[in-house]
Design a protein around this ligand. Structure first.
Ligand code: SF4
Length: 371
């Protein structure tokens, strides 16, 4: 599948902050997240449920585009809710036909793959599956929806002749009491306005806002840096309302996380970030050979079985407590204790923990990911 420089998922950001693309071009490509991979798999499932009659209850391990996911009950519930909302949508809006995963291109750099283009006798709809649970996405005003309508209208003008336009978002969120289907019927003027503004949204202008979330340029963006500095020097009494502070804080929170993540990724990729280094996270003790520990404890006969087991063997710190209480010598099992860190974290250069150096294989893997 071709990846366009200007696509549907970045249309809102392009409109609000045209300069983001230039900044993002200077950044390394971010590794995909588990949420993005889950979305890819669930989109693939919906395509095959609609096109090839896949049965949701029979879906287990799904593989596509080099990624695999073993579906659980939550995934199957989301797929069932999405399918029910799709059926409801088709019935209510008298859909006569549709196409799945269709790629529309406006020019070499601009285009994308629309989840579904569907039509009735009087309306053409862009339908978008959303499988994220954090942010509820609305259909009214959807830049992504208008982007796909614009590209589809460019490539298949005959499909749109004399038709109204619509955007439908199907977002199943099992844990929240929200509607799965959201629709927006728009008129030609709204699409024309979008098209005009989108095609003029070029240049270096930067403007921060809600669209900064997920922006790959955020860690080095001067707008965000300025926002952060302004927040640091602001006099609380001068701030107009608490609501204003909260909005800024929430936006900054996202940005701070993006900076930390980017810095960690860069250090793991072998880059130098002045004043920072990679260190191991706090190591926790665990048994290197649980069977041998159990045998040693059984042999010692100084501690009863029920005292060193729950349903599983106690961890080293838990067992140490028992030994201390009984005034026993831990040396019978201390050879089996190993310290294993759960990964790396970023610390300031004067942190007392030892700096870790990445071995050649890890570095090579990180460089491969970036190239
Ligand atoms: S972080 Fe926000 S202001 Fe900066 S480039 Fe991205 S969208 Fe624009």
């Amino acid at each position: 599948m071709k990846h366009y420089r200007n696509g549907g998922s970045t249309a809102a950001r392009q409109l609000a902050c045209p300069g983001w693309r230039k900044l993002a071009d200077a950044m390394p490509e971010s590794p995909t997240s588990s949420f993005a991979e889950e979305g890819t798999i669930l989109h693939f499932c919906m395509e095959n449920i609609l096109e090839d009659g896949w049965e949701i209850d029979e879906l287990d391990v799904i593989t596509t585009a080099g990624i695999s996911l073993k579906l659980d009950d939550d995934h199957r519930e989301k797929l069932t809710m999405a399918l029910e909302a799709w059926d409801e949508f088709c019935k209510e809006h008298k859909i006569v036909d549709y196409k799945c995963e269709i790629t529309y291109e406006l020019d070499e750099d601009t285009g994308g793959t629309c989840d579904i283009i569907a039509w009735s006798n009087d309306t053409v709809w862009v339908v978008d599956w959303k499988f994220g649970q954090g942010i509820k996405v609305s259909a009214p005003g959807s830049a992504q929806g208008m982007f796909y309508l614009m590209c589809a209208m460019f490539e298949e003008p005959e499909l749109f002749e004399g038709k109204y336009l619509g955007v439908a978002i199907i977002q199943p969120i099992p844990s929240r009491d929200v509607e799965t289907l959201d629709i927006w019927e728009l008129d030609d003027n709204e699409l024309d306005n979008f098209k005009r503004k989108y095609l003029q949204a070029n240049g270096d202008n930067l403007a921060a806002g809600k669209h900064c979330q997920f922006c790959p340029a955020a860690p080095t963006c001067p707008q965000k840096t300025g926002q952060a500095q302004a927040a640091l020097i602001a006099d609380p009494e001068a701030l107009a309302t608490l609501a204003g502070n909260l909005t800024a804080a929430l936006e900054l929170k996202d940005w701070i996380k993006q900076v930390e993540t980017f810095c960690h990724e860069q250090l793991e990729a072998g880059a130098q970030v002045q004043g920072y280094k990679l260190v191991q996270k706090r190591a926790t003790r665990k048994w290197s050979d649980a069977e041998a520990v159990e045998l040693a404890l059984r042999k010692s006969r100084k501690i009863k079985l029920a005292e060193f087991t729950k349903s599983t063997l106690l961890t080293p710190p838990q067992l140490e407590k028992v030994f201390k209480k009984k005034d026993l010598d831990m040396s019978v099992v201390s050879d089996y204790i190993e310290k294993v860190s759960s990964g790396t974290t970023v610390a300031t250069a004067d942190d007392p923990r030892e700096e870790i150096t990445l071995n050649a294989n890890v570095l090579r893997g990180a460089i491969d990911r970036l190239s």
